[in-house]
Design a protein around this ligand. Structure first.
Ligand code: AMP
Ligand code: MG
Length: 410
């Protein structure tokens, strides 16, 4: 059994990020990973402009108040000023309007009184107040966004403003998903005795998609050597990474490891010191030399909870790295106070599922009610956190701090 942290590091070291680029429309770039550094040839703001509705003035004219100025021009946003503001003059200006030559300060409209072509400034502004200076937010040519950034709404705003269209993003990893087991049936098939629905396929496909990759579900594989061999070989031609569930325990029908070896894989991990999720096969196909391409294979346990926990703990970080993200790939643990006693055997790092919530006094973890068996997927629903009882510990008491793997933070 490999300790969890060693397994995590070993797995991440096996991953070479995808470097292939594709171009997508800015509106299709949400959730994608930026593939190139983006900069702009323009300063931001592009020109000195007003941050307020008011009057563009010469500071010297309004340092003592009240003072009356003649309004010589009106400058709404999007219009180029035609006149230079001379001593004793002001230009009516609106938010975003270009600061006219001669003016250096904006007086907000609330601090003025208007009568015809005259405006009286009632309160003295500070010099240069409410002027957004050209280039004060960003100077042309500098890096706006780096390669490897995950594109969210804020990044989309920046990409659009910089006219970075289309957006260069990394190709999404394709992840093949196989479900091994003679007992498995399709979701819309009637259940015979001993049969269960292949729920792992859907759960794993959802997790792959949530991580920004493309799930390629390849269906149910019966527990037969030839069928397993054929399915794995086919999966390797279709995807950058392959995930199977089931068939990696020590049972007579657990063929996955044998077939991987027959197909020429290097097997790095067969089990991890984690509960649930002890049986975990991590293998690679391909060329380990520099520049060579390795395909990662995860043989997850079949138990529904175990397969999900293994994905969150080990597959998701690898998939983050594979997708080209330059951020921290590691699982996101937060400290929370547990409001229930948490028990473990102590021989493996143990994960207990429940609700992570933010309270006035920090994060809180509430254990899901019902059995914490690796086969019980029912109480896993509505879970957004996995509390980690460290190796060697058997009890964390209610009120104590515990690290929780936050599942919402992909
Ligand atoms: P295994 O790891 O193949 O020994 O399977 C362990 C348990 O997980 C068995 O009870 C299986 O019926 C169940 N199981 C295996 N694969 C799936 C799947 N795709 N969906 C739901 N349950 C599964
Ligand atoms: Mg099985």
């Amino acid at each position: 059994m490999v300790p969890a942290n060693d397994a995590e590091k070993l797995i991440l070291d096996l991953v070479t990020p995808i470097a292939d680029l594709e171009q997508v429309a800015v509106e299709d770039s949400l959730g994608r990973v930026l593939g190139q550094t983006v900069s702009s040839q323009l300063d931001f703001p592009h020109w000195d402009n007003s941050a307020m509705d008011g009057y563009a003035v010469r500071y010297r004219d309004v340092a003592t108040v009240p003072t009356q100025l003649t309004v010589v021009e009106e400058i709404p946003a999007g219009q180029v000023p035609q006149r230079r503001v001379q001593p004793g003059e002001a230009a009516r200006i609106f938010t975003g309007g270009i600061l006219p030559a001669g003016a250096d300060t904006i007086v907000m409209q609330e601090n003025t009184q208007r009568q015809g072509e005259q405006v009286t400034v009632l309160t003295a502004p500070m010099a240069q107040e409410f002027v957004r200076q050209q280039g004060s937010f960003y100077q042309a040519g500098a890096e706006l966004l780096g390669a490897g950034v995950k594109i969210g709404a804020a990044e989309i705003a920046v990409l659009a403003a910089a006219q970075c269209v289309p957006v260069p993003v990394y190709r999404r990893p394709r992840v093949a998903i196989l479900s091994t087991g003679n007992e498995l049936v399709e979701v819309n098939q009637p259940l015979g005795p001993g049969q269960i629905v292949d729920s792992n396929r859907y759960a794993l496909a959802a997790l792959v998609a949530q991580t920004g990759a493309v799930p390629v579900p390849l269906g149910i594989v019966p527990d037969q050597r030839a069928a397993t061999r054929q399915a794995i070989a086919e999966a390797l031609t279709q995807a950058d990474m392959v995930i199977s569930s089931g068939g990696v325990s020590v049972g007579d029908y657990d063929y996955v490891d044998q077939i991987l070896a027959e197909l020429g894989a290097t097997i790095h991990i067969r089990s991890v010191a984690v509960k649930p999720g002890k049986p975990l096969t991590v293998a690679t196909f391909g060329d380990a030399e520099p520049g060579g391409k390795l395909q990662l294979y995860f043989g997850l346990p079949g138990n529904p909870v175990s397969s999900l926990v293994s994905f969150w703990r080990f597959v998701q970080p690898a998939l983050r790295k594979l997708s080209g993200l330059n951020a921290d790939w590691f699982p996101r643990f937060v400290w929370a106070t547990t409001d229930s006693d948490l028990r473990a055997e102590g021989r493996r790092e143990t994960y207990l599922w429940g609700q992570l919530s933010m309270g006035d006094r920090g994060d809180r973890f509430t254990l899901a009610s019902g059995g914490h068996s690796s086969g019980n997927l029912v109480n896993l629903s509505r879970t957004n956190g996995l509390a980690r009882v460290p190796l060697g510990e058997t009890l964390v008491r209610s009120g104590e701090k515990i690290q929780v793997l936050a599942l919402g933070l992909s």
